[in-house]
Design a protein around this ligand. Structure first.
Ligand code: 5GP
Length: 191
């Protein structure tokens, strides 16, 4: 998506550890107009798939998930991170290794909010090694719901998450794919 790529080039900042910071418009200070347009684009891609629910993970995926959900007219469910080990019969739980925080979280959703009849679209801000998406897919599988596809605002194409998921037959759509960000230069994949 050209608009997003241009904004990344203008305001994105490269940090050590292959971290791209976009917190001046995507996941800290939020440019609602841009995210709204991203939501419209995601709707264009998946509008014929019968999406009944959007699933994301707290906190960075929530804004884009909500702005997208307006177009699908569906609810957003966000998986909650918790470091406690309280097991409850009422939740589906999985674990996710965080790319940016070097910690493993247990993430959970209430069973009552994810049903086997649901057709679920996963949305997150970034796709790197694919841990977050894998955890969310696990929650969908536990519920017996249907995965429609995965959307990342930004995929780092030089990390393996996106390609691993595609190799498993998952439909992955990324609004911008960064193929490299060496020497301070961000190069996007032509899509
Ligand atoms: P993965 O689970 O695919 O390895 O990493 C994706 C998750 O880590 C996302 O939820 C995102 O919050 C975070 N993440 C991974 N890489 C980056 C990055 O370059 N920049 C930012 N801001 N977050 C990232």
């Amino acid at each position: 998506m050209k608009l997003l790529e241009e904004r990344i080039l203008k305001d994105g900042k490269i940090f050590p550890g292959n971290v791209l910071k976009v917190d001046s418009f995507l996941n800290h200070l939020i440019d609602v107009d841009l995210l709204n347009k991203m939501g419209e684009e995601i709707y264009r891609l998946f509008k014929d798939c019968g999406v009944t629910k959007i699933l994301t993970i707290e906190a960075s995926g929530i804004a884009i998930a909500i702005l997208t959900a307006q177009f699908f007219n569906c609810s957003v469910l966000f998986a909650k991170k918790s470091k406690t080990s309280n097991l409850s019969a009422d939740v589906y739980i999985t674990s996710v290794k965080s790319y940016t925080h070097n910690a493993t979280y247990r993430v959970q959703v209430a069973k009552s909010y994810l049903k086997k009849e649901d057709k679920v679209l996963i949305i997150d801000d970034f796709l790197a090694n694919g841990e977050a998406m894998r955890g969310l897919i696990d929650l969908i599988e536990q519920a017996g719901a249907t995965l429609v596809g995965c959307v990342a605002a930004v995929e780092k194409g030089f990390q393996k998450g996106g390609d691993d998921l595609r190799a498993k037959g998952v439909r992955v759509e990324s609004l911008a794919i960064v193929d490299s960000m060496e020497d301070g230069k961000i190069v996007f994949r032509k899509q």
